[in-house]
Design a protein around this ligand. Structure first.
Ligand code: SAM
Length: 282
């Protein structure tokens, strides 16, 4: 990897960073992953899922395990963490099918994972390091496997994530708790590292959030019926000018009513390579 996280022989790839986590913080992403990748999980031979960088507590990995087991009762989940003290703290929570181990972006597991979830991990790296980590993670996937990489607010009410397969990033999803929701561009602060610095005029993600705010304003009258109808109407309006996923499993009213919207990555992708200045962590 060039300009990527430092690689030292025999050491996990990456750096120990803040371990902030919390119960149900990643519920929106778990729900989406279980629905969208149900066919992948159901069809896989001995499916292995990695939760990379689970933080100071086992909770988000244990929750992911519970939710994915409803889809595929024999799925195995491994929580990987670069901080050995956090691995030791999680180990008492192991149970059949759920284990915790030390590791980094190199993914030291016994077989290629079908899903890798990494949440609130890459935000603490530089932009080009995040791209390099994506490349390394993609190279470790089982055939047909996916990475779900994203960022969320402290208690998970706002989240954005990118899904990638071996070819590269495929989709971007924005998700919000709609009660008390202000405006779609408030999600900008939760964009993944590879997009957050691109919320400036001339970039697609900036134009998208501007148009989403406009649709949200136009659909204000739907707010009389609640925030869900307003969000759904705004997404439908947006779908007239943006390639919003409109059919299941990625889109359609059922998903929109949850406060989600998914687009192809190409619709929001950065216009050019990362600038050096953005490689400082933010
Ligand atoms: C903010 S916590 C996120 C916890 C959890 N994923 C969540 O969203 O609630 C980030 C964790 O990622 C870990 N981490 C950072 N880089 C890593 C890497 N390359 N491999 C594994 N863990 C990593 C950090 O040590 C930290 O515990």
């Amino acid at each position: 990897m060039t300009a990527g996280p430092r690689r030292r022989p025999g050491r996990p790839v990456g750096e120990i960073t803040r371990g902030t986590t919390g119960h149900n913080r990643l519920r929106r992403c778990d729900r989406w992953t279980a629905a969208v990748y149900r066919p992948l999980l159901v069809a896989a031979d001995r499916p292995l899922v990695v939760d990379l960088g689970y933080g100071a507590s086992h909770v988000t990995t244990s929750e992911l395990f519970r939710r994915l087991r409803r889809v595929r009762p024999d799925v195995e989940v491994v929580g990987l963490e670069i901080d050995p003290a956090r691995v030791a703290a999680a180990r008492p929570h192991e149970r059949p099918g759920l284990t915790f181990a030390r590791g980094g972006f190199e993914l030291p597991v016994d077989r290629p994972p079908v899903i890798v979830r990494a949440f609130n991990v890459l935000r603490q790296y530089g932009e080009s390091e995040a791209w390099a980590a994506w490349d390394l993670l993609r190279s470790r996937l089982a055939p047909g496997g996916v990475i779900v990489e994203g960022t969320c607010s402290e208690i998970g009410h706002r989240a954005c994530w990118v899904a990638l397969d071996a070819r590269g990033p495929r989709t971007v999803t924005l998700a919000a708790r709609l009660a008390g929701f202000d405006r779609p561009s408030a999600l900008a602060e939760r964009l993944p590292k590879t997009l957050i610095h691109r919320n400036v005029p001339g970039e697609r993600v900036h134009a998208f959030l501007r148009d989403f705010d406009h649709a949200w304003q136009v659909c204000a009258p739907y707010g009389a019926y609640g925030a869900r109808p307003r969000w759904t109407a705004a997404v439908e309006l947006l779908a007239g000018s943006w390639p919003v996923a409109a059919v299941p499993p990625l889109g359609g009213r059922r998903r929109w009513r949850l406060g989600e919207v998914t687009l192809p990555w190409s619709a929001l992708a950065p216009a050019g390579p990362p600038a050096r200045a953005r490689d400082a962590t933010a």
